[in-house]
Design a binder for this molecule. Structure first.
Ligand SMILES: Nc1ncnc2c1ncn2[C@@H]1O[C@H](COP(=O)(O)OP(=O)(O)OP(=O)(O)O)[C@@H](O)[C@H]1O
Ligand SMILES: [Mg+2]
Length: 359
């Protein structure tokens, strides 16, 4: 799994102590994962050295965009102070429903000339004005005659990136790289032995889907739907406060003993499952795609009781929830300290962003 990333400035991705820090700015919390990339028996391997999160109030980050930068900066300062993280160079994840990832074939010229030509090639497929997006191209394979590079075009709205980078830098952190949050999720969650898998991060505001073939992303989508839609629907139907609705949701999930709660959850999940089905259908109908073997879930929304079964029934694929630390060598040792000191479970985004430092 190797992707080119949007470079921000010349800051080392690996900190002086050998650690890489993945930073996930979600709607409900900011989360950092501190990993050390290395090798074991000649193969790449990573170990975890720190994990932490600080909750964000509702409205600070909305659908992947920073709305209240001062609150985010304060939360980041708190995160670093609480956990006594010593290094400050971070890899920042971006998620946004307007991110566009599409197949693109370009002439196989040197990287510098390719970067100059990219805006002209991207114009055809990017709906936003080209000056409003940051463009990147991840080469995947070269044509048999060596003339053409096939890869992925990644177009990310520029303004939300700048807002996030500014808020992070005001917390005295340095952004070494900006990467797609969904590429982070992919690295942490993808099964090494599976050829084709759909990796889905169910967040509070956003759901990201990556269908990969042996770790190479083939379809990437960000949906403006998430777990908070379910809470809002319960609150609406039962005329209760969102905080109460959130508790009810977590209590019984899709099998809640109160049929009204269960119905509210099933109904609000339907449009999300329909969109996932559409993405899976699109992938299946695209030229020469191998069958999807499994859906792997992560994100807070994956904790909804009954979600894996519901998804498996609706999409027709085996579905399971995957541990974001599955590829991390010392995860068991870290698990013991995770609950007590590390402040919450790590997010696949933060872990995978840090894993990408070795790419
Ligand atoms: N036990 C649970 N049952 C059901 N839903 C849960 C449970 N725990 C967390 N959630 C839901 O998960 C969502 C938060 O997920 P997550 O922490 O991955 O989001 P985020 O990364 O902060 O947000 P986003 O990625 O959308 O910006 C919330 O909607 C929350 O209600
Ligand atoms: Mg998230």
């Amino acid at each position: 799994m190797k992707h080119r990333q949007v470079g921000v400035n010349r800051v080392g991705i690996i900190n002086p102590d050998g650690h890489a820090i993945g930073l996930d700015i979600g709607a409900t919390a900011v989360r950092a994962a501190i990993l050390a990339p290395g090798t074991m028996d000649g193969r790449p391997s990573v170990t975890v050295h720190g994990i932490g999160q600080v909750e964000l109030a509702s409205g600070v980050v909305v659908k992947g965009e920073v709305r209240e930068p001062d609150s985010l900066t304060a939360a980041l300062k708190q995160l670093w102070a609480t956990h006594k993280f010593e290094c400050r160079n971070v890899i920042l994840g971006m998620a946004n429903p307007q991110v566009l990832v599409r197949d693109l074939s370009v002439p196989n010229i040197d990287a510098e000339r390719r970067a100059k030509a990219l805006p002209f090639q991207a114009k055809e497929v990017v709906a936003l004005p080209i000056e409003d997006v940051v463009l990147d191209f991840s080469p995947l394979e070269t044509s048999a005659d060596g003339e053409t590079l096939h890869g992925l075009l990644v177009a990310t709205p520029r303004r939300p990136i700048l807002a996030a980078v500014n808020a992070v830098e005001r917390a005295k952190l340095r952004v070494a790289r900006v990467d797609l949050a969904s590429f982070g999720t992919l690295r942490a969650i993808a099964g090494e032995r599976l050829s084709v898998e759909a990796v889905i991060d169910l967040g509070a505001h956003l759901t990201t889907i990556v269908i990969h073939n042996h770790g190479v992303p083939r379809l990437v989508r960000t949906l403006a739907r998430g777990g908070d839609d379910l809470t809002a629907n319960i609150a609406d139907r039962l005329s209760i406060e969102p905080s109460q609705a959130e508790l009810l949701k977590r209590q019984g999930g899709l099998d809640h003993e109160d049929p009204e709660v269960a119905r509210a959850l099933v109904d609000s999940l339907r449009p999300l499952l329909a969109e996932i089905r559409t993405s899976v259908g699109y992938f299946r109908s695209s030229r020469g795609s191998a069958p999807i073997e499994r859906i792997s879930l992560t994100g807070g929304g994956a904790n909804l009781r009954g979600i894996a079964t519901a998804m498996s029934d609706q999409i027709g694929l085996p579905t399971s929830v995957v541990d974001p630390l599955q590829h991390v060598r010392n995860r068991l040792a870290s698990k013991e300290v995770r609950g007590a000191e590390m402040g919450g479970a790590p997010s696949a985004v933060s872990v995978g962003l840090a894993m990408g430092a070795a790419a």
